[in-house]
Each structure stands twice: as C-alpha cells, then as structure tokens.
Design a protein around this ligand. Sequence first.
Ligand code: GTP
Ligand code: MG
Length: 289
Amino acid sequence: FSATTPYTTLPSVLLVGPSGAGKTALLTLFERGPLYHNNNPAVPTPVAETHTSQTPSTVELAVSTDRPTTTYRTDLDATGATAKKFLLIDTPGHPKLRRHALAHLASPSATITPSLLVSPAAQKGEGAETSKSKLKALVFLVDAAALADTDSAALSSTAEYLYDVLLTLQRRFLRRSGSRAPSNVPVLVAANKLDLFTALPAALVKSQLEAELSRIRKTRSKGLLDSGEADGEVVGGEEGEGWLGAVGSDKFSFKEMVEFDIEVEVIGGNVVGDGPGADKWWKWIGERI
Ligand code: GTP
Ligand code: MG
C-alpha cells in the first residue's frame, strides 16, 4: 500500500492555535504513538521538551480504516489493519508567524502545499513543481489552563486568532465558485492541558470563546462603522465581509458557522500528565480523513 501511494496524494490536517498551546507536543505524541503501546515502560513520557516553533513542520501519520476504535498508540503495521495515511501539519503560533497557517486557509482551492511537499529545487526558487495536499480538517489547539487565568490576555488573544481562522474559512466558502469548489473544512477546538486542575473544562472553554468572539465581532463591526467605510454601503467589497457568523445575530455561537459549511466541535484532552488524553481528538481526526 505505502509503496504504491505517492506521497503527494495524501490528505492533510492543519494544526493551529496560539503559542504554547501544545501543538508541537501533540504532533510529537501522535508521531511516536505506537511506541506508547501497552504503556511500554522503556519509552520515556511524551515530549515535555518543546520550544517555540519558527516554521511549519509536517509528519506522516495513519489512521485505521477498519477498526475505528484504535488509538494513536496502535501500531497499524503490526496489526495488519488497513490504514489511511495523512499529513499532520504543525504551524507556529506566534502572532508574527501566523501568516503560515492563514495563508494555507485563504487559498480558494481545496489543496495546500505543506513545506514537506515542496521539492528541494522549488525551495531554492528553481521553479520545480510543488505538490498539493487536500485539506481535510483543522485542529485549533487552546491552552485551557491559560484561559482560566482571567488576569492574562490569553482569552482575548486566543479568540482573536480563532476569529481570524474562522473568518478566513467563511470567506473561502463565500468565494467558492464552480463545480470544483472545495468542500469546507471541519474545525476541532481542542481544549488542551486538562491534566492541570486549574484548566477550564471543555464546556466552559466553548462558552468563554463564544462570548469573546461575540465581543470581537461587535468591536470590529463598530470599527468599520466609525471609520465611515460602512456608510450604508457594503464593507470591503462583499456584504458582511468582516462579520463572523450569522448576520443579525447578537451572541455568537459556533453553530452559526454551519451556514458556511463549517462544523465546529470543542473537545477536551491533554498531551502530558493524567487526564482524558488525546484519544478523542485522534478519533475526531480519523473520522474526517
Ligand atoms: P508554538 O510552537 O510557540 O506555537 O507553541 P506550541 O503550541 O507548539 O506549544 P508546545 O507544543 O511547544 O508546548 C508548550 C508547552 O506546553 C510545553 O512545555 C509542553 O510540554 C506543554 N504542554 C503541552 N501539552 C500539555 C498538556 O496537555 N499539559 C501540560 N501540563 N502541559 C502541556
Ligand atoms: Mg510549536
């Protein structure tokens, strides 16, 4: 199977979220997954050592197709299960580096070009071909412990990033054209670090983010009005361009995104320590590959 499947046709899942949320830690956990099978004591605990990512990175993973209950710890080669391979793309969360992630999403085509798939010649600017991968899902990782700290700016900065991500997907949907239009991308908001007792449970992560997204939406639309741009006319070319979700709604809810073919689900978990772990996230991804 693997020998005959060209690398370039693999679908991909994009990992985004603010700096320090645990994206690289999660990628490493999934990549080393089979090593943790049966809690093998010879393998050190996952990935406490990470550092701020500067560039996107990609790993190749596989989900079982005939045993949907298997976890990321299952060694699919050993069990002989039928596997579907995909690429997991880690992006840097630093505000100055978010363009990497947003550029992937802004493209009106259904495909993206992970750095891994760029041929060495193309990287050197020699114009050789790059390969495209179909974007299947997006995981937005948040630090649920940081969100609980009301003194920090974590909630507002996390929600700002999420707003930009969702608005980019919404615009992509509104600009779709023709029969080859991309199907849109489901979003998993993964509430990480639930091993910490200070962390907000997933339901609260959801409601706090929705409340903050409402606030951002109000502020941004007011900004447009104040600058005189709106003036009874449509803003930014298309009607409601900067407005996330349903026009006329007061409180933002993730359900509003369904109108734009974007499913949003919030699920809690953790990469290190004791807690619900990462199995539910793995299952969510597996169902969308
Ligand atoms: P950027 O690369 O800057 O965007 O950050 P990142 O999202 O890749 O974060 P990274 O994976 O580097 O993790 C940041 C820190 O959070 C590391 O010290 C991790 O060990 C820690 N961390 C990740 N997941 C968990 C978790 O589930 N629980 C706890 N307690 N710590 C975690
Ligand atoms: Mg990182």
